[in-house]
Design a binder for this molecule. Sequence first.
Ligand SMILES: NC(=O)c1ccc[n+]([C@@H]2O[C@H](COP(=O)([O-])OP(=O)(O)OC[C@H]3O[C@@H](n4cnc5c(N)ncnc54)[C@H](O)[C@@H]3O)[C@@H](O)[C@H]2O)c1
Length: 266
Amino acid sequence: MKTVVITGSARGLGFEMAKVFRENNLNIVLSDLNSDNLKKAREELLNIKANGIVEYKVCDVTKTSDIKELIEFVENKFNKIDIWINNAGVNQPDKEIWELEEKDIDTILDVDLKGTIMSSKLAIKSMIKNNGGAIYNVEGYGSNDAKMLGLSIYGTSKRAITYFTEALALECEEKNTNIIVGKLSPGIMITDFITNALGNKEKIELPEKTKKVYNILGDYPDVVAKFLVNGILTNTKNNAKIEWLTNKKAAWRFMTAGFNKRNFFN
Ligand SMILES: NC(=O)c1ccc[n+]([C@@H]2O[C@H](COP(=O)([O-])OP(=O)(O)OC[C@H]3O[C@@H](n4cnc5c(N)ncnc54)[C@H](O)[C@@H]3O)[C@@H](O)[C@H]2O)c1
């Protein structure tokens, strides 16, 4: 039975992916910042009838010691990590670069970029020891080089995640590690993330124009999670990109927007 570890999985996409893995009978290790939230998430997962084991461990991905402890926890409990998903992320306050506080810039880069780098580095060491595994990193706005006011530092992180993931995939291949590395591209999801910056620290007021676009292109995270997890479970290739909102799908959504009755913001 395979074991999957997902960072930032007490809510949102991470939690929804955990549910789908559970439905597929994998062992799951949830991890996030807050143990009460993790406990609740675990209980919810256990309500799904399936065969795997569900555990949780607090892990702040900005703390190397937490990541190491999470890995040790998984190794002790399950011997090895089969799939590791770097999902933890924070949004940025809706501000221009020069209006952002340095500490907030640090938080975004530390969670969204360095958290993924350090988690990958340490999880891969464990996977090399155990002769294989898979790592997936979550892309986001900016990964494809798009730019928008108020998302500059987040976009910087996600653009870098794309480069980092491809570089890591290359290194894993050239060193014959038997580890595959891939990107998950979830598009736009209606989660707490879109209205909360820096975790839950600061509210984001979405302009009407943005809400309109989200109503066309957005989806609830359970829909996206199903697609991404099925992609992960069937993927055998290194450097894969599992993409929910392709250009083709986005174009179709805009073309059919007149028939779209979705309103996520009522
Ligand atoms: N919501 C979207 O539209 C969207 C679009 C593209 C990509 N993404 C990406 O998808 C991922 C999940 O986003 P979501 O929408 O589910 O967000 P979310 O805010 O619902 O969930 C993020 C989770 O990460 C956790 N987290 C925050 N800082 C952490 C830290 N230092 N250590 C460990 N966990 C931490 C939070 O506690 C939370 O549970 C993120 O990487 C995000 O950048 C989101």
